[in-house]
Ligand binder design. Structure first.
Ligand SMILES: Nc1ncnc2c1ncn2[C@@H]1O[C@H](COP(=O)(O)OP(=O)(O)OP(=O)(O)O)[C@@H](O)[C@H]1O
Ligand SMILES: [Mg+2]
Length: 391
């Protein structure tokens, strides 16, 4: 049987693999933004090349496992198994163990930065930031999960309104207390590490991987503080968050509904860094299917263009999320959706319906994917997570 997957013909491998190795493979492949089938193929190649005798893996009670391999590899592998006197199941388990050892989680090049932004208010920046972060962090084997998850994700509430912080049942950092703003504007006064200020989001499906840096009331003063800041203003957010990066695979920033110096610092933080894969970091822009949303988007594009020119940087738009879509609103909604789709670049990552679960989760101060893991909006959040996967 062959797969239509790009990159040549592939043949199906049907075998067995212990559940813990299947899980580890899924999580590591997600962390490294690699396809599972490429990981297995890489492991089998390494196994075939390995001249040393490999320790036997306990495969008792292994569960069925299937994937696709490049043409011919499975036959070669089976021939090697026969020659080495090991079962196909043992050979596969050893290959996966080898791949895991050769590809440690820490080998990821750089922490991905995703800035969720739009200066238009109420379009769903906070809802999308939270949902995307949850989808990226949730265990890949959780019911309904996107299979891109298992990542260590930091949500940064960069909006002085603090909606994200409140929605997750926390309180914003009071005025005058140490916060992200202290680390951006007055580093010399900071006494704690920013990691200490982050809080884990509870929920079994997030397994302690999802954390939030709560909002600070002082963020209302950020724009004016940056005006008199002595130093590179546009790099202020990057400098503050840099020490946190080693602790996370992805940092998602929920932006305020404004365009100003604080937003320039956020846009700059989402730029493509030297050597970073295209599509790894950038902007996710929630929009609505109506004309005012299109006008606001035009302004955002201008801001991105001028910042990119001024600092000679590349700020990639990873995609749009058409939020609160309700086709019952008729022609305006459906024709606006068509317009967003015909843009092509950036792509529409998801169309999120106007659904009650989002508002209920907010009211109950619970993460949406924990409160209603199977609702349409949760599925759309996972679609966004799959859409921003680096290939
Ligand atoms: N798909 C949806 N279905 C139903 N309600 C939604 C949806 N998306 C967002 N909402 C609700 O709409 C309101 C505005 O959403 P949200 O706070 O995410 O927007 P925002 O762009 O972050 O706003 P602000 O500009 O004030 O930061 C919230 O009450 C939120 O719960
Ligand atoms: Mg918001």
């Amino acid at each position: 049987m062959s797969s239509p997957h790009s990159g040549g013909e592939r043949e199906k491998l049907v075998s067995k693999l212990p559940a813990h190795l299947q899980q580890a493979l899924k999580v590591r492949a997600a962390q490294l933004q690699t396809d599972m089938q490429d990981a297995v193929a890489g492991g089998i190649r390494a196994w075939r090349e390995c001249a040393d005798e490999l320790p036997s893996v306990n495969t008792a009670g292994a569960d069925s496992f299937g994937t696709y391999l490049p043409e011919g590899l499975y036959e070669d592998f089976k021939a090697d198994c026969r020659e080495r006197g090991v079962s196909y199941i043992q050979g596969l388990a050893q290959s996966v163990v080898l791949w895991l050892a050769d590809n440690p989680a820490g080998a990821q090049e750089t922490t991905r930065r995703i800035i969720v932004c739009n200066q238009k208010g109420g379009v769903g920046k906070t809802a999308v930031s939270a949902g995307l972060a949850q989808a990226l962090a949730e265990a890949p084997n959780a019911v309904g999960a996107a299979a891109v998850g298992g990542l260590r994700v930091l949500l940064v509430d960069y909006d002085p309104q603090g909606h994200l912080t409140h929605q997750l049942g926390l309180t914003a950092i009071p005025a005058g207390e140490e916060s992200l703003i202290t680390h951006m504007l007055h580093r010399e006064q900071a006494k704690r590490s920013l990691l200490d200020l982050t809080v884990a989001i509870s929920g079994e499906r997030f397994g302690g991987r999802l954390r939030i840096l709560p909002a600070a009331f002082d963020a209302f003063l950020l724009d004016s503080g940056l005006t008199i800041f002595r130093g590179p203003r546009h790099a202020a957010l990057e400098r503050a968050l840099a020490p946190l990066e080693e602790h996370f695979d992805v940092i998602v920033v929920d932006s305020p509904p404004s365009l100003g110096l604080a937003m320039d610092a956020a846009l700059n933080y989402g730029r493509q860094r030297d050597g970073e894969k295209p599509g790894a970091s950038g902007l996710v822009v929630p929009v609505e299917a109506e004309d005012t949303s299109a006008q606001a988007y035009g302004m955002l594009i201008q801001q991105i263009d001028s910042l990119s020119r001024d600092f000679d940087i590349v700020i990639e738009q990873l995609g749009l999320v058409v939020n609160k879509f309700d086709s019952r609103r008729g022609y305006i909604a459906t024709s606006s959706l068509d317009k967003w789709k015909t843009l092509g670049t950036p792509p529409v990552l998801a169309v999120v319906p106007d659904v009650k679960e989002q508002r209920e989760a907010v009211r109950k101060q619970r993460p949406l994917l924990d409160y209603a893991p199977d609702c349409e909006q949760s599925h759309q959040m996972r679609k966004i997570a799959r859409g921003v996967k680096v290939t």
